[in-house]
Design a protein around this ligand. Sequence first.
Ligand SMILES: [Zn+2]
Length: 428
Amino acid sequence: MSSLLLRQGRIIDPANHRDETGDLAIVDGRIAAAIPAGQPFEEIDCRRLVVAPGLIDLHVHFREPGQSAKETIASGARAAAAGGFTSVVCMPNTSPSVDNPSVVTWIKEKSEREACINVFTTGAITKGIAGEELAPIGSMARAGIVALTDDGHCVQNHELMRRALEYARMFQLPVLDHCQDYGLVGKGVMHEGYWSTLLGLPGWPSAGEEMIVMRNILLAGLCETPIHCQHLSSGDSVRLIRDARARGVPISGEVCPHHIALTDESLQGYDTNFKMNPPLRTRADIEALIQGIADGVVTILASDHAPHCAYEKEVEFDMAPFGIVGLETELGLFLDILVHKTKAIDLPRLIALLSVEPARLLRLDRGTLSAGAPADVTLIDPELEWTVDSAAFQSRSTNTPFQGWELKGRAVRTIVEGRTVWPPQPAP
Ligand SMILES: [Zn+2]
């Protein structure tokens, strides 16, 4: 395998508290101290670029098996690479769902053959993600899942959730949870408040999320087992997690770009590309989420990349599926909102939230530029101004509310184990 020398970039490696201008060598797919004398190498000029550990998104839906018209593992991986991500973690709500070791093996083998980046998978907490009976957690752990979640759904039976945590602890698997109380949320399709009343749409109250965040705090404390709350949308969820963490409870949370970029006001046009679960909320929620990111309560950022076909979204608002594609706008939105506009965090912290932090939670051997580590590297131009164009997406789906947005900052090259996977390279 050829060697690569990334010349004179700003090397930001939060795992090693490193932020300096210099050269980074890659030899045989791994980060190296230097290129051995006499070995040929390709040189890339990285002046004005940031050299970061390959970004990790721990919350994506790649729709295989079962719904390849929306996305495949190959197309989802290309979308991830185009967005600067070298590793992703798939949610288990495929068809069939990932609730047994044979589906885990199928996804792993297909990813190894067809994906240009590292694709990891979670396993379901319950059989068929139905919330009634535990899935075979031990055999899925042996097959190689990196976490447990019923994402898309939420285990309502607290005793069942407690047993899931006890198994997870035995197999050292993190538990991720989509926080939604079915009783409170009912048929809600948007944030319950002024705009849901005005638009005549069923409301999804913030308390529907906070109730399960609180349940998770109590169970994480009781079982002394970490729970990670997925895609937080409510400001009070952040406050609950802040208080619990201060008391030493092993609870954490993630935030997605749309929940800090948009409010429920944007639903006025009944455009289903603004329909997500949990829903877009208020300006006050956005401020609390950003505050949580700034003060270290929120430790992970993710996309919740959820592709859907155009015909599925082109229906009445109540009927449309929840979710948007996110991998190709994620880094741009986070850079633009968190680093440039609000200055809530600096660039090294942003990179940590997208690399070493998710790697730590899931115990992945990624997210660092240490010598000897797999050479997953993302080159970022933090000042590059660009316009979102869904027609140019690598994803099979284009369901985005950010079409035409002007953003500042994006990935310009994505390298996985020493090989450039984005932009596409001419055949040798
Ligand atoms: Zn979810």
